[in-house]
Design a protein around this ligand. Structure first.
Ligand code: AVI
Length: 320
């Protein structure tokens, strides 16, 4: 690792570039075309997601932040503060600040695929917490969930906020949670956010904000792929669709094609007829009980869960 500041080291695991062209060509030419939600996130996509979290309709981010602030002391009482927080997909390291402020843990290890984002965030943050050892790791957390414990024997708390777990398919969720358990290690813990099932009107509003940020975020996948792979999508010919699928307990996001068009990915040509849809994201919603059961299924022992007064969002603390 490189020593960047007295309390900041940087380890580059050089996450392999995935073969986006092949992946996208395959998923778009399936009988029901799909795109992986990771394609929302280029620089503009991250800014749009940020804008979503500030809309009045999108309650998860602010509800989770209040839950963390309201219950940080209760959490610390179960954990003690002599621990190291590991955060897969830390992004701009926003959410962990509440915990750094309140807990002053021994260390913080953000794992993030975007090198620039990780370096900017940790360079800004580390000087503000001189007593916290920052170990920034550039890695694709969906591929690398095993890290040497450099935590001085301190327990590791894996922090996975935001209900990102809801963007995994049920079939992949168990494996991913087991990966988090592996990352936490035998003496470790998991602190994870999970969005709750609720009135579908509330959910539908959260994914169809009046300002149109979610629509722009969804369409950004096409702009991103045009720039990166030269696909030649006409983004203006697509409309954003997001709705709650009650049977599957998930929000689905789609891009509906309003006129026939053909796009190219690498040397493949793909026809998208008017009326067809590209399925871009699922966001599963849970009950506290079901989510605790999933944690147990992955080998965790649930310790506590916290829910806001309006039953919108939940945070779960579990022992590995
Ligand atoms: C990142 N993830 C938890 C968000 C969600 O709510 O599933 C992504 C998102 N999609 C549309 N709005 C927000």
């Amino acid at each position: 690792p490189q020593q960047l500041l007295p309390n900041l080291t940087f380890l580059d695991l050089q996450p392999p570039m995935t073969d986006a062209a092949r992946e996208v060509a395959t998923s778009l030419s399936a009988p029901r075309p799909t795109l992986d939600p990771k394609y929302f996130y280029d620089e503009r996509g991250s800014a749009l997601f940020d804008a979503i979290t500030r809309t009045p309709e999108y309650y998860p981010t602010r509800t989770e932040a209040s839950l963390l602030a309201d219950h940080a002391d209760a959490m610390a009482a179960e954990l003690g503060s002599d621990l190291v927080i590991a955060e897969p997909g830390a992004g701009g390291c926003e959410k962990v600040r509440i915990l750094l402020d309140r807990w002053r843990p021994s260390g913080y290890m953000p794992l993030e695929i975007s090198r620039e984002c990780l370096l900017d965030a940790t360079r800004a943050l580390a000087p503000r917490y001189p007593a916290v050892r920052f170990n920034a790791v550039c890695a694709d957390y969906s591929q690398a969930l095993s890290f040497p414990a450099d935590d001085g024997g301190r327990p590791r708390l894996v922090f996975f906020p935001g209900s990102t777990i809801g963007n995994f398919e049920p079939s992949a969720r168990g494996d991913f949670l087991r990966g988090l358990r592996h990352l936490a290690g035998d003496q470790g813990y998991l602190l994870i956010g999970a969005d709750l099932q609720k009135d579908p009107a509330r959910l539908n509003a959260a994914y169809n904000d009046a300002a149109g940020h979610t629509a722009a975020f969804n369409l950004n996948a096409l702009h991103h792929l045009n720039r990166r792979l030269g696909c030649g999508f006409d983004p203006d010919a697509f409309v954003h669709r997001a709705f709650y699928n009650d049977r599957q307990q998930r929000i689905e996001m789609h891009l509906e094609c309003r006129r026939d068009q053909s796009i190219t990915v690498g040397d493949r040509r793909i026809d998208l007829p008017a009326g067809s849809r590209i399925h871009t994201e699922n966001s599963y919603k849970f009950t506290v009980e079901d989510f605790s059961r999933e944690l147990m299924g992955a080998g965790f022992t649930p310790l506590s869960s916290w829910v806001d007064d309006d039953n919108l969002f939940s945070i779960h603390l579990a022992r590995a």
